[in-house]
Design a protein around this ligand. Structure first.
Ligand SMILES: [Mg+2]
Length: 126
């Protein structure tokens, strides 16, 4: 375990949870997408991985725990605020915030290089 691992951000819906029918009533109804568990297992060995979601972080953390992962939720306590960064390997942090990371794995991301290219890519999905 490195003392300074790099941080990776992973979106939940559409990347980990298949999310085949959209939000519905907010329940997590699908199994993980193929390859998810193996990828997370592999990545958490080297990187500090956090899962970002607009869902309730505890609900997502429980679902990940049910699939065999050590998890932690980004919830402020009486003597600690929400985290500014995540740097632990072996534990998935679940948060509703986009913390600093070397890469963001997201099913709806548009990779920015220039505004001309970003607007063209956006037009493809509209
Ligand atoms: Mg998504």
């Amino acid at each position: 375990m490195s003392s300074h691992p790099q941080t990776l951000a992973i979106d939940f819906d559409g990347v980990i949870h298949a999310y085949s029918r959209g939000w519905q009533d907010g329940t997590i109804y699908d199994p993980p997408l193929p390859g998810t568990l193996e990828a997370l297992e592999h990545l958490t060995k080297t990187y500090a991985v956090f899962i970002h979601t607009t869902r309730d972080a505890t609900t997502v953390a429980c679902w990940l725990a049910d699939h065999g992962f050590d998890t932690m939720v980004d919830v402020p306590g009486p003597d600690h605020p929400k985290r500014e960064f995540w740097n632990e390997t072996g534990v998935l942090l679940v948060t509703d915030r986009k913390l600093p990371a070397i890469a963001y794995i997201d099913d709806r991301g548009i990779r920015f290089t220039t505004w001309d290219q970003a607007l063209l890519d956006l037009a493809q999905v509209m």
